[in-house]
Design a protein around this ligand. Sequence first.
Ligand code: ATP
Length: 312
Amino acid sequence: MKISLSTSCKQIAVEPPLVNFQGTNNTLNLEPFFRRKDKVVFVMGATGTGKSRLAIDLATRFPAEIINSDKIQVYKGLKVLTNKVTEKECCGVPHHLLGIADPNSNFTVADFRRHASSTINSIVVGKRCLPILAGGSNSFIESLVEEEPEFRYRYDCCFLWVDVSLPILNSFVSERVDRMLENGLVNEVRSLFDPNGLGNDYGHGIRRAIGVPELDAFLRAEMDSATDDKTRSRILKAAILKIKENTIKLACRQRQKIHRLQSKWRGWNNLHRIDATEVFLQLDSEDYSSDNAWETLVVKPSFKIVDQFLSE
Ligand code: ATP
């Protein structure tokens, strides 16, 4: 059942008890001792596993808002290449820290901590809603959860890890790159390209996105009148292959990092692995079995975990 965000905002933060001592008119506020922590949900996982979709599915069932924790999607631009959710996919759920930073700036881990903390606070205190952080940048999540004492003091966390077996995920992300190409990936990157080489700092801002450095040689070849079409096409094919390879490497690294986090610190003990492999195996089928599998194998168990977490 879908709960409309505007009509129902379940109270997540619990008011502290007020203790009245008999014989006096004084009411003693024991907030520092009895205050229940507010709740935050994280949706983690490698690129391509469906984190954004799950976050939206949860946010249409609980009164919640989503905060992006992907270090590249935080920048304005490159919607196709960075796989940002579209307005339609958002289903009316407010998204924060998505496409907000200047693509030429460097949005650091410290920037994320600062912005995410104040956004979480405004969602919890201002709107009495649940913040759901969704994104694959584990360094952002790690730093918020581990390095900010105030965050640990104020919030209880529940981590949902959407996982897909790597060989299955590999073929999916490779096909996703093909779809991105059909949707204008090269044009997007071309719009960032500076033929004079100035500004093409691939260690900086949005230009670190997989797909930007890989297309450099092709975009240069395009500008070079001495390069023939056949050579250009060969360079483009090599770039596409590299984008696929690097995306797959990223997925492997992201998965390893979650394993490392899980075994590292007891604060990560509320981490739940949701296996979505079967959903991806059903993707090519003609009927709606993939959507059904997503609902049964991913959304339902995640809903149960979050529901239980909110009632603790
Ligand atoms: P690291 O310490 O390796 O940067 P991280 O956890 O901070 O890891 P990741 O989300 O794993 O961050 O991103 C690592 C790199 O992967 C980014 O610097 C970028 O090159 C690429 N990347 C991440 N997200 C995207 C995206 N949405 N689109 C394109 N490239 C991405």
